[in-house]
Design a protein around this ligand. Structure first.
Ligand code: SF4
Length: 460
């Protein structure tokens, strides 16, 4: 059987929600919300026999969930909050006072959730994914019902027993199915299509929305990204958490404006834009996953640059976003975009490859150059570890977004100077290498903060 085609929506890849980590914040919030909905389906008899909700966290959710705000996100989801409409300030207030209890109403029953109902388990739990959470409803006789969820990166979740995307995707009738870059290129050639047209046609089939609606949603996603950049350029001070890291974006922005004629100013502007969005993410602000929250500074920084420095119009920006989405889909489908599965090459590496594809396609280049740029973007992030200090999405994450964007820019330059077909490694091959490297990488380097930079915390 051929691999199942990709049926992810552009707007599942570019998701609006609160930072700082899509797998630790958006995913758990969605899982808790789903659990709450399922509890409402229980019979009266079952509900009467229950008295408490317990949340078991495993893997990287347990190791770095505190720093990433996983506990707050779960309480928010149980209270019925959704990532795209949550107020970041209210979210930050949750669990601040350990004596406060949070009433979770399920029909006529109210369950009081407190911090001690959330367990950051250190023991190993047999599960197919690194980020696992088990939500339980208990009574006098023990567990009455439970659901096991996996947060698989970028805010995507799976529930145990639910068909994976590869199984459900076969039922969607896509006009141009593909599961690899090779198949995507074959579809473009056979149907004499441009990449953006193919992506739009598939998106219409996946979402059932019109071209106009999809274009508007892409514009909205860009606006959410750019709002995060603008907020980050204004906000000064220290980021939340024990590291006491100072925000840097406003300083860089001021510096770049003062250097308008210098050759460095272009890079400093780009650094400022990427840091601005990433610092907003670290502060728990509303960001857009691209493809994750940890990596939500790369595409906003590059698109902000393209809009305000290159003066690209809306259509060019939209087309570039669709090219970026195509690359994000291929990595998500054939490897993983999760730091807990792939290390940082899955997050910043993917974002950088998406950014390279955005720049290349928006500059008017064809699919071979887009592939080449994305391949270079991933190739030079292979093996990059995820070891955030203190479990906060701050060091190395914030600067890493700026570095990912600069590499994306250079990947674009390298891919568009010379003949793309001379590129020896295909995008499909490098994604396979990423997957194999991620599997070989010790879990110590996959968002657990047990090694690497995370151990230098005492120096901070
Ligand atoms: S090091 Fe990279 S993968 Fe890990 S949390 Fe930071 S941005 Fe995400």
């Amino acid at each position: 059987m051929n691999p199942a085609p990709i049926t992810t929506s552009v707007f599942d890849l570019f998701k609006v929600g609160p930072g700082p980590s899509s797998s630790h914040t958006i995913g758990p919030m969605k899982a808790a919300f789903d659990f709450r909905q399922r509890l409402a389906q229980l019979s009266d008899d079952e509900l009467q026999r229950t008295d408490a909700i317990h949340i078991q966290l495993y893997g990287s959710l347990s190791a770095t969930g505190k720093g990433h705000g996983t506990d707050r996100a779960i309480v928010a989801g149980l209270l019925g909050w959704q990532p795209e409409t949550s107020d970041p300030d209210e979210l930050l207030r949750l669990l601040k006072d350990p004596t406060v209890t949070y009433p979770v109403q399920v029909r006529d029953r109210v369950f009081c959730v407190r911090p001690e109902h959330i367990y950051f388990n250190r023991k190993r739990y047999e599960s197919p994914y690194a980020n696992t959470m088990v939500l339980q409803l208990t009574g006098a006789q023990g567990v009455i019902t439970e659901e096991e969820y996996y947060s698989i990166g970028g805010g995507f979740i799976l529930r145990k027993g639910e068909p994976a995307e590869s199984e459900t995707s076969r039922s969607i009738n896509l006009p141009y199915p593909y599961s690899s870059m090779n198949e995507l290129k074959a579809q473009l050639k056979q149907n004499k299509l441009e990449l953006a047209e193919l992506m739009l046609a598939n998106e219409m089939a996946v979402t059932g929305q019109s071209r106009k609606e999809i274009n508007q949603r892409i514009d909205d996603s860009l606006e959410f990204m750019h709002k995060a950049v603008r907020r980050g350029l204004r906000h000064k001070g220290v980021l939340p958490g024990s590291i006491k890291l100072h925000r840097k974006a406003p300083v860089l922005y001021k510096q770049a404006r003062g250097l308008a004629q210098s050759s460095d100013s272009f890079l400093i502007f780009l650094n400022a834009y990427c840091l601005a969005a990433s610092e907003e993410n670290a502060a728990g602000g509303i960001v857009v996953t691209a493809p994750t929250s940890g990596a939500s500074g790369v595409i906003p920084g590059l698109t902000y640059l393209a809009k305000h420095h290159f003066h690209y119009d809306k259509t060019t920006l939209r087309n570039g976003m669709l090219a970026a989405a195509a690359v994000g889909f291929l990595v998500k489908h054939n490897a993983s975009i999760s730091g807990a599965e792939m290390g940082c090459m899955g997050e910043i590496g993917t974002a950088s490859a998406m950014g390279a594809a955005f720049l290349t396609y928006a500059a008017g280049h064809k699919i071979d150059a887009v592939e080449s740029a994305a391949e270079i973007g991933i190739e030079h992030h292979l093996g990059m570890t995820c070891d955030p200090i203190g479990g906060y999405v701050q060091i190395p994450c914030i600067e890493r977004n700026a570095m990912g964007a600069v590499k994306a820019y250079n990947a674009f330059l390298l891919a568009t100077s010379g003949t793309p077909s001379f590129q020896k490694i295909s995008l499909d091959s490098v994604i396979k290498v990423m997957k194999a490297t991620g599997r070989d990488m010790s879990t110590k380097y996959k968002e657990t903060s047990e090694a690497g930079l995370a151990l230098s915390a005492t120096e901070c």
